[in-house]
Design a binder for this molecule. Structure first.
Ligand code: UDP
Ligand code: MG
Length: 329
């Protein structure tokens, strides 16, 4: 085995650390070789051993065959292939659950997460004593402005409504210690929102900032709608504030209605019955109807997630893999 490869560190009789690199891939055939070449050029310079775990999230293109080729050419490459597209969160979980590294890093396949930051990340954990190193994009150059705008609003909202520290511009590109990874996989929830989970488990994190890089090849897998539902998932999974908003709005409206009721009684008794009022009545009815529907909708969002959680379905289903059985350390 070469310097930078080897799955079982005990086998080599070395005290080297093992770094697991987890890469979720969905239709990433155009970029996978580029990713592997650029990243392994960096990992070769690291002091630790490395394993790549590619998770094929039900790709329809040549992603899996490329992974298999890489695995046959390199002993430190492993792949995991899902029976269909389960989403990036599922792919991340599969990687985290099945890696053996003392240090674990998750990164996108499209080279938007620069592998050149890896040495800095290892150093922050090994020498500076952090438990994890997160990365933040300081620019969103190359991204449609409307998408950046909504992303900023989402982070503002979630930071205000949730107690969990979710950083604006934070990418999922993050290196963690084994202890932190164990904490993350001990979280049993099925609807996963990693940015929230990373914050929720706590630990000491260092943030590294970098300029946004465009995708090396291929195209983004996130439509505006997919991002919207992802944001909604994040908000609902990590905050119960929307439920409270419904109660607060209901409470305020009740008080206003009560005051209005007193005014009407007063007017009727003192000034006599005043028949016109169609406009104010219809506006009130429609407004209240709308608010009630929104409140029921919010309840429904929470209830449906509760329903999905209680089914205890697996987060992902594996079709094929070349990962060796995990042995206890
Ligand atoms: N991805 C995935 N499953 C999906 C969607 C995306 O595994 O259903 C992977 C994708 O292959 C990439 C990473 O998640 O490695 C980030 O996706 P993308 O680059 O499309 O997102 P963006 O950078 O545009 O936010
Ligand atoms: Mg990307």
């Amino acid at each position: 085995m070469g310097k930078d490869c080897g799955f079982y560190k005990e086998e080599k009789g070395s005290i080297n650390l093992l770094l697991s690199i987890i890469v979720p891939c969905y239709n990433e055939a155009p970029v996978l070789d580029l990713f592997f070449n650029r990243t392994s050029a960096v990992t070769k310079q690291l002091q630790c051993d490395c394993e790549f775990i590619f998770v094929d999230d039900g790709s329809a293109d040549d992603t899996l065959p490329i992974m298999k080729r890489l695995a046959s050419e390199n002993q430190n490459v492993f792949y995991y292939s899902f029976s269909r597209n389960f989403g990036k969160e599922a792919a991340l979980l599969a990687g985290l659950e099945n890696c053996k590294g003392d240090l674990v890093v998750v990164m996108d396949a499209d080279l938007q997460d620069p592998p050149e930051l890896l040495p800095k990340m290892v150093q922050a954990i090994e020498e500076e004593g952090y438990d994890s190193v997160g990365t933040r994009r300081v620019t969103r150059a190359g991204e449609p402005p409307i998408r950046s705008f909504f992303a900023h609003q989402f982070y503002k909202l979630i930071r205000r409504t949730s107690k969990v520290d979710i950083v604006d511009g934070a990418r999922d590109y993050r290196m963690m210690t084994r202890t932190m990874v164990n904490a993350i996989i001990s979280m049993q929830e099925r609807q996963r929102f990693s940015k929230g989970i990373f914050g929720w488990v706590g630990f000491h994190s260092k943030w590294i900032e970098f300029e946004n890089e465009p995708r090396a090849a291929g195209e983004t897998k996130w439509s505006f709608w997919k991002l919207f539902t992802y944001a909604l998932d994040g908000l609902i999974n990590f905050s119960t504030a929307p439920l409270r908003v419904a109660s607060v709005v209901g409470f305020v409206i009740s008080i206003c209605s009560f005051i209005y009721l007193l005014i009407i009684i007063f007017k009727t008794l003192i000034l006599g019955i005043d028949t016109p009022g169609y406009a104010s009545m219809i506006v009130t009815v429609l407004l209240l109807g709308g608010i009630q529907l929104i409140a029921i909708g919010i309840l429904g969002e929470y209830l449906s997630r509760n329903y999905l959680e209680t089914k205890h379905r697996p987060v992902y289903i594996v079709r094929e893999q070349n990962l060796p059985e995990k042995t206890s350390d």
